[in-house]
Design a protein around this ligand. Structure first.
Ligand code: UD1
Ligand code: MG
Length: 449
């Protein structure tokens, strides 16, 4: 038998999000909410993870998480108790302890859950609740203790049913629990419907207290982690906290961030030492930035790789690669498939798509390069355009090494400009230019040089 199983509750309707997207697929710092508890339980070494989904959201959640977890479908709106029941057939008899966590609580920390489990096992509790002391417990269940003492837990009182709240700080339920498995499965069926016909898992605390079996609530040191996300205000609030943590952790790793609050760094991003991030910059998705770079101000980099000692000034990159020493900007755009080899220089108002610039080539001023292969040490003059689309199909342009493309050249693809060839200003190149030759005019004629 496995020691510890994890059940992640994600079958709620998420009505308060007012969204067509399931709540747990909304993102916090670029990562879907549901991934946070899945990764947390993975890091804790939980043997078996069951995600409880609904008929409506199961397809989307399964697409995201694949077979990294098991799934149970909660077919009725039976509340958080019903959700745990839906997972029973996958977990009952297979684990001695059961950890339950909401899919909407991304800031719960490893340390708090570890210490909850340790306390639970150490004292042999039947039910342990991760709690937190907060000033504003709106929407959260309150831990009810005997005569307000620090000791015996009497139950959890949901906000809607709580008549005893004032503006004092209160101890609230995080929605993370550890149960002794046999006790959980024996007693879950006793939970009665509360408001809105839902059966609250939280009622198990009062059931345990009545039975005088051991139930405990353990406050976390950092109350922010007990907050779940039920609406978009809470999403923004928690994201703000997480973004600050991410920035601070990179600063402590040797990254300079000027005006940190204007910088957004997603959770999967990696940044090298001595890189400087200037204001109003967003590093998103699976982006990797090397060391010694200068990024920003005002750059947006998504799912891209930037090597060491690069500069990205006021430019946008998506699914692009820059090798070491390359630089771009201000105001240029690398679209998917753009690849700049080492020391390539792209200046202002250049758009590059599905094209490779080999080492040392330059394009300093406005233009468009799509579906092209640019050789090493090529100079692409101001206003160069690859005419890659004939209205039906895309065609490739090839500019071989050491070529010099004159200002305002139109490369009408498919076309190849040979190594060391030159095009005159304003040339409209409709036929291949042999190596070392000169092409001028409209359409371009090949001349000797
Ligand atoms: C719940 C707790 C509350 C706690 C808070 C912490 C209950 C009754 N209340 O309130 O004490 O302070 O979390 O964030 O549990 N879900 C299902 N099936 C359902 C209903 C919900 O799987 O039928 C899932 C939701 O997708 C969500 C989680 O359970 O991930 C919690 O449900 P939610 O409706 O967000 O409960 P809260 O009102 O936040
Ligand atoms: Mg919630």
């Amino acid at each position: 038998m496995d020691n510890l199983a994890g059940i992640i509750l994600a079958a709620g309707e998420g009505i308060r999000m007012k969204s067509r997207t399931p709540k747990v697929l909304h993102r916090l710092c670029g990562k879907e909410l549901i991934r946070y508890p899945v990764e947390l339980l993975g890091r804790l070494g939980v043997d078996r993870i069951v995600v409880v989904v609904s008929p409506a959201n199961q397809k989307a959640i399964k697409e995201l998480l694949g077979d990294t977890v098991e799934y149970a479908v909660q077919t009725t709106k039976s509340g958080t108790a019903g959700a745990v029941e839906a997972a029973a057939s996958l977990v009952q008899g297979k684990a001695q302890q059961v950890l339950v966590i909401g899919g909407d609580s991304p800031l719960v920390s490893d340390a708090s859950v570890r210490s909850l489990i340790d306390g639970h096992l150490g004292a042999a509790h039947q039910m342990s609740i991760l709690s937190g002391i907060v000033q504003d417990g709106q929407g959260l269940g309150r831990i009810d203790r005997h005569h307000g003492s620090q000791r015996d837990v009497l139950g959890i009182v949901e906000d809607a049913q709580d008549t005893a709240r004032d503006d004092q700080p209160i101890e609230v339920n995080s929605g993370v629990y550890c149960f002794q498995a046999d006790w959980l499965w024996e007693n879950l069926g006793q939970v009665q419907a509360s408001g809105a016909q839902e059966r609250y898992l939280t009622n198990l605390a009062a059931i345990a207290a009545e039975q005088q079996v051991s139930v405990a609530a353990q406050p976390s040191g950092d109350p922010i982690e007990v907050r779940g996300i039920n609406n978009r205000v809470e999403l923004a609030r928690l994201e703000d906290v997480e973004r600050q943590r991410i920035r601070e952790s990179w600063m402590l790793e040797g990254v300079t961030i000027s005006d940190p609050s204007s910088v957004m760094i997603d959770s999967a991003v990696v940044i090298g030492q001595d890189t400087v991030i200037l204001p109003n910059t967003m590093l998103l998705g699976n982006t990797v930035i090397g060391s010694g770079c200068e990024v920003g101000p005002g750059s947006v980099i998504k799912d891209s790789t930037v090597g060491d000692n690069c500069r990205v000034t006021s430019s946008a990159l998506e699914e692009a690669v820059m090798e070491a020493g390359a630089n771009i900007g201000p105001f240029s755009h690398l679209r998917p498939g753009a690849y700049l080899e080492s020391d390539v220089h792209i200046g202002n108002f250049v758009e590059v798509k599905e094209s490779r610039f080999a080492a040392g080539s330059v394009m300093g001023h406005f233009g468009y390069v799509g579906d092209a292969s640019i050789g090493a040490n090529v100079n692409m003059g101001a206003g160069t355009v690859t005419c890659n689309y004939d209205g039906k199909n895309k065609h490739r342009s090839v500019v071989e090494k050491d070529a010099f493309i004159g200002c305002d050249t139109m490369l009408v693809a498919p076309v190849t400009v040979g190594a060391g060839a030159v095009t005159g200003a304003g040339a409209v190149v409709t036929k291949d230019v042999p190596p070392a030759r000169l092409a001028v005019g409209v359409p371009a004629r090949i001349l000797d040089r």
